[in-house]
Design a binder for this molecule. Structure first.
Ligand code: MSP
Length: 557
């Protein structure tokens, strides 16, 4: 453990982090009966608008993490949901002639359905307009107030309704436009309740200095600079905003949307049928092991949120990962530009695995990325349809033709020293350490590289030539066995990244698929499957079917 009681995170390479689970210290164990689990969150999405590719990106990445952790037999609580209060949402509803509640119900239902269509394996979907959430927020506030961290103050400044944030940085305030949204800022002058963030300067400095708390490392500097300027108290209530949770004991005040929204991570952990009680969150999976967010909301998660938790006497999240922003063909996506990529139509035209593969394999997680349609279809077709799909198809066809519709006898192909066994083992190791670092790109490359190596081996051995000469049956059998076994490894490793493709490949190989997304519990079948020789000789092979459809995208998506 680190000196301040946070779990130490082992580092692997510069700016990279690795998950290491440690038992809670005795003091913490005594305080809380914490269930060991991997709690993972996406941001809670604003319901001012439908989901866009940015929200889908975070959610897909989290889904890959959640599936990976489950396959490793971690008990996962994967949280997503909607952030439904605040001025932005109130105004959006008004503009549509709807009550805020009716508007929120409709948009959040859209999110819920979208994640269902994408087969996102979230365990919880929280809405901040849930009455249970109101109770948690009010209980939390009372703790913070009792701790002497709430003061009255006057808030003056430029406010961006789209960010729901005061732009108190002098550079931003001098230009009355939001740099992110390119929208005019609004001047505010209000008497509000403030959270005494300034009291937490030292603890926050110590927290953000911890290796791995903010990831990737490149994002840390920005937060350090912000904290180094000196933390200022921030307002946590509004007096002119009916669409918010009432502040107990302060009539006329509702909570600032960010104060309320962050607490959604706690509400989400409570069992739906239990009385909302802040005292239970530690036993239900708090603290989170990982908050995945976009880089624009890092400050809220890495500074404000930990200070709020410290004030309320709750443990801190282990890691905050700020990913980059997606552009499209080099341009920022926006309604006015008419170039927004709609996750629903993307799904309809391309399918889940194609999009997952492209986003996870092509964009280094943490960096900004550009969605390019041609590259998208090229990668999907080359990697998944040609390299991986064809490998399985042609090998299983040969095995069926020459070995009675079944996996050939293993022979030398079963040996741990077989070149493909060595390649598979090394791919497995690379995959695991990359996934532990949230380096999806290297994880995908490990799978792809194994498929390329296996294809190369098959071409070199050329069993179709060997079969023309008599007496080569055994050699061909062991070659094909090794190729099929390596292909099985590719399928196993692919499960968290492209679960449907993995499922189809494993079925073609007569195996039980892993990618259901359900918690496996007990010893992990997925880890057990990473054993060379796991493919049973003599096992019936079904008639080969294409496992990945090629993308033929003629018009822009
Ligand atoms: N409601 C807050 C989060 C509260 S969390 C307690 C919020 N919502 S949001 O809907 O505006 O944004 C959700 C996420 O989408 C953010 O992490 C944001 O960074 C991300 N993205 C928005 N546009 C994006 C891209 N173009 N590309 C990638 N992610 C982007 O902020």
């Amino acid at each position: 453990m680190g000196s301040s009681g946070f779990p130490k995170i082992a580092r692997r390479g510069v700016g990279k982090i690795q998950f290491r689970r440690r038992a809670a210290p005795a003091a913490q164990r005594a305080l809380y009966t914490r269930r060991m689990s991997f709690t993972l969150t996406t941001p809670l999405y604003y319901v001012n608008d439908r989901a866009h590719l940015g929200s889908a990106y975070t959610t897909l990445a989290c889904d890959a993490i959640a599936r990976y952790q489950r396959l490793k037999s971690e008990e996962v609580v994967f949280i997503t949901g909607c952030d439904e209060h605040g001025q932005k949402i109130q105004r959006t509803a008004e503009a549509q002639g709807l009550s805020p509640q009716a508007h929120c119900d409709a948009v959040s239902e859209g999110y819920r359905q979208l994640w269902h269509q994408w087969q996102i394996s979230n365990d919880r979907f929280v809405r901040t307009t849930d009455p249970r959430h109101r109770q948690i927020v009010q209980q939390f506030f009372k703790r913070v107030e009792a701790n002497g961290d709430v003061v009255e103050g006057r808030q003056q400044g430029w406010y961006c309704v789209a960010c729901e944030e005061f732009k108190d940085d002098p550079a931003e305030a001098s230009a009355p436009h939001c740099a992110i949204h390119q929208k005019p800022l609004e001047w505010r002058d209000e008497l509000n309740l403030f959270f005494r963030l300034s009291r937490y300067q030292q603890q926050i400095e110590a927290l953000i200095a911890k290796p791995g708390f903010i990831a990737p490392g490149s994002r840390k500097k920005e937060v350090e600079n912000f904290v180094a300027q000196g933390l200022r108290d921030f307002s946590i209530s509004r007096v002119d905003l009916p669409w918010g949770i009432p502040v107990p004991g302060h009539p006329g005040h509702t909570f600032y949307v960010w104060f309320d929204a962050l607490l959604g991570y706690l509400t989400a952990l409570l069992d739906p049928n239990e009385e909302p009680d802040l005292g239970l969150v530690n036993a239900r999976g708090w603290p989170a092991q990982l908050h995945v967010i976009g880089k624009d909301i890092l400050r809220f998660h890495a500074v404000y949120w930990p200070a709020m938790l410290l004030s309320a006497g709750l443990p801190l999240p282990e890691r905050v990962f700020g990913h980059g922003f997606l552009t499209r063909e080099g341009q920022k996506m926006g309604k006015s530009l008419g170039n927004v990529l709609d996750p629903e139509s993307l799904l309809e035209h391309c399918g889940r695995d194609a999009v997952r593969w492209y986003l996870l394999r092509d964009i280094p997680f943490g960096d900004d990325g550009d969605f390019q349609q041609q590259r998208f279809s090229d990668l999907v077709n080359n990697d998944l349809a040609n390299t991986i799909g064809n490998l399985l198809n042609r090998t299983s066809s040969m095995a069926r033709r020459w070995f009675g519709d079944a996996v050939p006898p293993g022979g030398g192909g079963v040996a741990a020293s077989h070149p493909l066994a060595v390649a598979a083992l090394s791919a497995g190791e690379q995959f695991t350490s990359a996934m532990d670092l949230l380096d999806f790109r290297s994880a995908a490359e490990a799978c792809l590289h194994l498929a390329i190596t296996t294809n190369g081996y098959l071409n070199e051995q050329a069993p179709w030539k060997l079969m023309k000469q008599e007496g080569n049956g055994q050699l061909v059998g062991s070659d094909l066995y090794a190729v099929l076994e390596a292909t099985r490894w590719v399928a196993v490793l692919l499960a968290p990244l492209v679960p449907e493709l993995s499922d189809r490949m494993l079925q073609q190989l007569g195996q039980t698929p892993f990618a259901s997304g359900a918690s496996l519990g007990g010893p992990s079948a997925w880890l057990a499957a990473q054993h060379w020789g796991g493919l049973q000789p003599g096992l019936a092979l079904p008639e080969p079917q294409p496992v990945m459809q090629r993308l033929e995208l003629e018009a822009p998506l």
